[in-house]
Design a protein around this ligand. Structure first.
Ligand code: NAD
Length: 259
């Protein structure tokens, strides 16, 4: 076993759900490499908050996950700065919403480049860097990866595919001591969802508050999940307690889907 705290890479770990994951892993004793691409302020704030509230060390690394080199840079940064890699979370994601009649090929391509190819490169780099020691890979898909929604003709297929990729990786990497699981969040009020609600409101003339209320009414708990809820699920999957859990898709969606 390598010396020092366990180390995690979290792509898109600076804001939204990714910030919830980085923070939860830090609370559970992980040092973290936080990937970011366009929102440096959020990543800096998340790292500062982790520094104020835990003893975890953080490192910010910029790059587009659709570029193969980014995953290599993230893995190399973990090994160079912290000397080990124990957990990799493919969280970075992109949504393009619109009817199939309106979505463009470029929007579909970008969803697949970031959500699927980015995860693919992440799994490759994580497995190479973890080596013989094994580790944990967690992919953040979506409730939209297990059921269809209107207007998700670009996003949902990429999220379905992410689950399939995770299952193949679990099959191939299990004997190397690497577990691969997928977390499927329900609707969580991040920038991604606020943008989507604003667009939906403009099209349907439904106030955002009414859209929010309708989505909340679908939950079994009467409350939307939070980035912290997803972070806690990832922290458990990254822990020693979850060593026998692999190849699974776990919904953190307040029971909106039952399976
Ligand atoms: P967000 O837009 O707030 O954050 C997305 C993160 O991914 C940001 O940090 C962004 O910088 C990063 N990112 C985007 N494109 C990137 C790229 N090409 N390279 C590197 N980083 C990139 O969204 P969020 O809601 O926090 O989403 C996080 C993950 O959770 C995504 O995979 C998303 O699909 C998934 N998800 C979100 C919800 C939700 O309701 N918010 C529900 C289900 C699944």
């Amino acid at each position: 076993m390598a010396a020092g705290n366990p180390v995690a890479v979290v792509t898109g770990g600076g804001r939204g759900i990714g910030a919830g994951i980085s923070t939860a892993l830090a609370r559970h004793g992980f040092d973290a490499v936080i990937g970011w691409t366009s929102d440096e302020d959020s990543a800096v704030k998340t790292a500062a908050r982790i520094g104020e509230t835990t003893s975890a060390r953080t490192l910010l690394v910029r790059g587009d996950v659709a570029d193969e080199q980014t995953s290599k840079d993230l893995a190399a940064a973990a090994l160079a700065e912290f000397g080990r890699l124990d957990c990799w979370v493919n969280n970075a994601g992109y949504m393009a919403a619109g009817s199939i009649l309106e979505l463009t090929g470029d929007q579909v391509r970008r969803c697949f480049e970031i959500n699927l190819l980015g995860t693919f490169y992440g799994i490759q780099s994580a497995a190479a860097a973890m080596g013989e020691a094994g580790g944990r890979i967690v992919n953040i898909s979506s409730e939209a990866g297990i059921r269809a929604w209107p207007l998700y003709g670009a996003y949902a297929p990429s999220k379905f595919a992410q689950i399939g990729l995770g299952q193949v990786a679990a099959l191939e990497l299990g004997r190397r001591g690497i577990t691969v699981n997928t977390v499927c969040p329900g609707i969580i009020e991040t920038d991604m969802v606020l943008d989507k609600w604003a667009a939906e409101s403009a099209v349907t003339q439904t106030p955002v508050a009414d859209i929010r209320a309708a989505v909340t009414a679908e939950t079994l708990t009467g409350a939307l999940c939070t980035p912290e809820d997803v972070g806690d699920a990832v922290a458990w999957l990254a822990s020693a307690s979850a060593g026998s859990v692999t190849g699974q898709s776990i919904c953190v969606n307040a029971g909106v889907t039952l399976h």
